[in-house]
Ligand binder design. Structure first.
Ligand code: G1P
Length: 299
C-alpha cells in the first residue's frame, strides 16, 4: 500500500526578467491571467489533485505571493459592509485554498537547488513539483494521473508533451521507451535544453513532476549543468539510469491544453483562450475577436 501524496512544491523564486518592467516591483507569478494571478491557477490545480499542503520556494520581492494567499481583513470588511458578497467570495477563495508554507531559495542556483530547498518540509515522502509558468487547463487531466502512476510504479513521474523539433531547445528533453500502456513511457535519459539536432526526442518535460524523495540525495551531489545552474533534469537523468536504486523515471504523455505564461506571446494567447471560455466575457470577446481578425486580414 503506497502512502497518499499530500505535498506540492511550487518554485517561485525567478526574477521574471522576460516581463520587465511589469515585474520590477511585482512577482511574475502575480501577473493576472484574466482576473486571477497565474500562481492561483497552479495552487488550484494542486488542490484539485488532493495536494493541500503547498510549499512555495520564493525569493526577494515575493511578499505579494504570501499576501495573496493570506487574509486581507480590511478589504474583506469593506466588501462585507457594502454587501458585495460576490467579490468577497473571490477575495476569500485564495485564503482558504490550501495550507500554505514558504521557504526562501537564498542563492538563485537553479531549479534543482530550489527543489532541494523543499527537503526539510517534504521529508521522506513522495511529492509533486508544479512550475508556475505552465498552466494546465482544469478540464484536462494530468496531475491526478501522474499521482496514480507514481503509486502504481513506485517511481518518479514527469509530464511530457510532444513539441515541434524547433522548440525542444526550450525544455528538458527525454529519451523514452514504450511500456505497453498508452501514454505512459519509461524514461531512459534526459537532457536539459538540447539543440534540435542533438535532442533525444521531441518529448519535452512540461512543468509537472511527482518525485520520490530520493531526488533530494541525488540533487545534493548534482553538479551545476546548463547555464551553470543545478538542474532538476540532470538529477532525473541520474535517477532514470539507476533504475535499481530509485525506482526509475516514467513519463505521462499529456495531450491536453497547456498554456505557457512564462513567455510574452504565449501569455497573451493564454489570457485570450481562457477569457473566450468564460461565460461572463466569452461571448463579447469572441465577437470582437472575429471582427478584429477580419480587419487584420484586410489590412
Ligand atoms: C524548466 C526546466 C525544463 C522544463 C521547463 C518546463 O525550464 O528546467 O527542464 O522543460 O521548465 O516549463 P525553464 O522554463 O524554467 O527555463
Amino acid at each position: 500500500m503506497t502512502e497518499r501524496i499530500t505535498k506540492a512544491v511550487i518554485p517561485a523564486a525567478g526574477m521574471g526578467t522576460r516581463f520587465l518592467p511589469a515585474t520590477k516591483a511585482m512577482p511574475k507569478e502575480m501577473l493576472p491571467v484574466v482576473d486571477k494571478p497565474a500562481i492561483q491557477y497552479v495552487v488550484e490545480e494542486a488542490v484539485a489533485a488532493g495536494l493541500t499542503d503547498v510549499l512555495m520556494v520564493t525569493g526577494r520581492n515575493k511578499n505579494a505571493l504570501e499576501n495573496h494567499f493570506d487574509r486581507a481583513t480590511e478589504l474583506e470588511d469593506a466588501l462585507a459592509k457594502k454587501g458585495d458578497t460576490v467579490r468577497l467570495k473571490k477575495v476569500l477563495e485564495s485564503t482558504s485554498l490550501a495550507d500554505m508554507h514558504y521557504v526562501r531559495q537564498g542563492d538563485p542556483l537553479g531549479l534543482g537547488h530550489a527543489v532541494l530547498r523543499a527537503n526539510m518540509h517534504v521529508g521522506m515522502e513522495p511529492f509533486a513539483v508544479l512550475l508556475g509558468d505552465d498552466l494546465i487547463d482544469e478540464r484536462d487531466e494530468l496531475l491526478s494521473r501522474m499521482l496514480i502512476e507514481q503509486g502504481r510504479r513506485d517511481a518518479s513521474i514527469v509530464a511530457l508533451m510532444e513539441v515541434p523539433p524547433e522548440q525542444i531547445h526550450l525544455y528538458g528533453a527525454a529519451s523514452i521507451e514504450q511500456t505497453g500502456e498508452p501514454d505512459v513511457v519509461r524514461i531512459t535519459g534526459m537532457v536539459e535544453k538540447p539543440s534540435a539536432d542533438s535532442a533525444p526526442s521531441n518529448y519535452a518535460v512540461i512543468g509537472r513532476y511527482v518525485l520520490k524523495p530520493d531526488v533530494f540525495d541525488v540533487l545534493r551531489v548534482t553538479s551545476p549543468g546548463k547555464g551553470g545552474e543545478i538542474q532538476l533534469t540532470d538529477a532525473l537523468k541520474t535517477m532514470a539510469e539507476d533504475v535499481a536504486g530509485t525506482g526509475g523515471v516514467y513519463g505521462v504523455i499529456f495531450r491536453g491544453r497547456r498554456y505557457d505564461t512564462g513567455d510574452k506571446l504565449d501569455y497573451i494567447k493564454a489570457v485570450i483562450q481562457l477569457a473566450v471560455d468564460r461565460p461572463d466575457l466569452g461571448p463579447d470577446l469572441q465577437s470582437w475577436l472575429v471582427g478584429f481578425a477580419a480587419r487584420l486580414e484586410s489590412r
